[in-house]
Ligand binder design. Structure first.
Ligand code: SF4
Ligand code: SF4
Length: 307
């Protein structure tokens, strides 16, 4: 199970952040604006398990220019692509936008024309629940485990606060909380899943930008959505981390994304690699050095005896 986050449908309402905070009873972050954008959270952290990034760019999105574009994209996405695990669509677009509006674009006003060379990319970021998770592999106490849903879960009563997981996460997701020193991150709402419910963020998202479900189904849905966008001229549309093939460094993500720009634009590493991936090679290199050193010593001793 996992998340497919279609960033093209995100409107930056932050309902997912609020739902996550509320359900998981996370402390507030101070609600301060960063001064760099309209974002008032900044990044993921020990008490921010969903973070909606506002990426401001002085470029226009392909197809940007008429108010119909957003509704068209949303409606196209919702008709065939119903959110998994949710009873029908929760889409405001699908509920309230009549198909006739899609056929008749509204002309742009002066303000819209002035802003037409500006675009926002919005993305609700979260723990990626990596198939090969650096945090899990680095944890010395066994606090971090893989659940029956495929998610990566931190057991707070076992965590000793050593912080090894923090430096082992290639995405900078997991963090230690200042008050208790332990490591915290998204649980994929394990408690809700146990009761047959979808995670709080996916439930709260009004546009179904966050979709929860079985990974195979989500991957098919993501691929179809990329096809739609490419057909509409959004040449930058791509999936991020949807499979082991696409992201060998983590062997694929259980929370993957549809992006409309390079991963770096969203503050995502282009080619993340779990640090422990190279550990076997390091052990082999160390063993080879020991054997080489031993051979040198034996050679030196044999040479000394001959002289
Ligand atoms: S390595 Fe980072 S992104 Fe991956 S499961 Fe652990 S905390 Fe989440
Ligand atoms: S709830 Fe959905 S639309 Fe609103 S910010 Fe989160 S992902 Fe975006």
């Amino acid at each position: 199970m996992g998340f497919f986050t279609d960033t093209t449908l995100c409107i930056g309402c932050k309902a997912c952040e609020v739902a996550c905070k509320q359900w998981n009873q996370l402390p507030d972050d101070g609600f301060l604006f960063t001064g760099m954008s309209y974002d008032n959270t900044g990044q993921l952290g020990a008490s921010t398990w969903r973070h909606v990034a506002f990426v401001e760019r002085t470029t226009r999105l392909p197809g940007q220019g008429t108010p119909r574009d957003g509704t068209e994209a949303g409606t196209m996405a919702f008709a065939p692509l119903r959110p998994a695990g949710q009873p029908g669509t929760t889409s405001l677009l699908a509920d309230f936008v009549a198909p006739s509006h899609i056929e008749s674009p509204v002309p742009l006003g002066p303000t819209q024309r002035a802003l037409s060379n500006f675009s926002w990319l919005m993305m609700s970021d979260v723990c990626k629940h990596c198939e090969r998770a650096g945090c899990l592999e680095a944890c010395p106490t066994g606090s971090i485990v893989r659940t029956e849903f495929g998610s990566v879960y931190v057991q707070p009563d076992v965590c000793n606060g050593c912080g090894y997981c923090v430096s082992a996460c290639p995405f900078g997701v997991i963090a230690r909380r200042e008050d208790d020193g332990r490591a915290w991150k998204c649980t994929l709402c394990y408690d809700r899943l146990k009761d047959g419910m979808v995670p709080a963020c996916a439930k709260a998202c009004p546009t179904a930008s966050i979709q929860f479900g079985e990974l195979g189904e989500l991957r098919a849905r993501g691929a179809k959505r990329v096809e739609q966008l490419l057909a509409r001229g959004v040449a930058e549309a791509r999936l991020y981390g949807e499979s082991a093939l696409a992201q060998p460094g983590t062997e694929g993500l259980h929370a993957f994304f549809l992006l409309c720009d390079e991963p770096e634009a969203y503050n995502l590493p282009p080619d993340p690699v779990v640090p422990t991936k190279h550990i076997t090679r390091a052990w082999y290199a160390m063993a080879a050095s020991v054997v080489g050193l031993a051979a040198l010593c034996l050679g030196a001793v044999a040479g000394a005896r001959r002289t």
